[in-house]
Design a protein around this ligand. Structure first.
Ligand code: SAM
Length: 181
């Protein structure tokens, strides 16, 4: 079984947009408790590679490398860079969400900041043609984020998988065909 209900969101996204092919190298941002990691490992197979990172400790997922670190801090980013080791990544996934303070404006700003960091990593490590998938919340900064993605990817879609129904304003942005630097 999967460790999270969120696993079914990734299954639905990938069934539609097919970014987790056999042999793919995948980065999973905000991976705990590991549902997306499990799905990614299954789909990329033994010739693929999955590197996950989360603030929270996680039980190992066989076939993946998991880092316990803050992706928004230098140490986290550095640890991830070391794992990727200059190799090209086929897909950057982010299901990161900030811990909610209840103050809407602040929560939205922090969520957007995580999206921007995910985009920055994608720029640095994605191969041309690669895919970036991230959770984003409709609101301040959302349209601007879409515009930024559209400038750097061949196609960008905002998806709401069935498994995500009822979960507030979250959407998954699927940006395919990274144009490269
Ligand atoms: N996709 C996961 C799964 O299927 O099991 C669920 C991810 S959960 C919705 C969001 C995660 O993002 C949380 O575990 C949280 O700790 C993580 N997160 C938030 N900010 C982070 C950061 N700065 N660095 C690393 N992880 C972060």
């Amino acid at each position: 079984g999967y460790r999270s209900r969120a696993a079914f969101k990734l299954i639905q996204l990938d069934d539609r947009d097919r970014f987790l092919g056999p042999g793919a190298v995948v980065v999973d941002l905000g991976a705990a408790p590991g549902g997306w990691t499990q799905v990614a490992v299954e789909r990329v197979g033994a010739s693929g590679r999955v590197v996950g990172i989360d603030l929270l400790p996680m039980d190992p997922v066989s076939g993946s490398t998991l880092l316990e670190a803050d992706f928004a801090a230098d140490e986290g980013l550095e640890a991830l860079r070391r794992e990727i080791d200059g190799g090209e990544v086929d897909a950057v996934l982010s299901d990161m969400a900030p811990e909610l303070s209840g103050i809407k404006v602040a929560d939205q700003a922090r969520a957007m900041e995580l999206c921007e960091l995910a985009l920055e990593l994608a720029r640095e490590v994605l191969r041309p043609g690669g895919t970036l998938v991230m959770k984003a919340f409709q609101g301040e900064g959302f349209e601007e984020l879409l515009r930024a993605l559209r400038a750097e990817f061949r196609s960008v879609a905002a998806r709401k998988p069935d498994a995500s129904r009822g979960e507030s304003s979250e959407q998954y942005l699927v940006a395919r065909g990274f144009l490269g630097n």
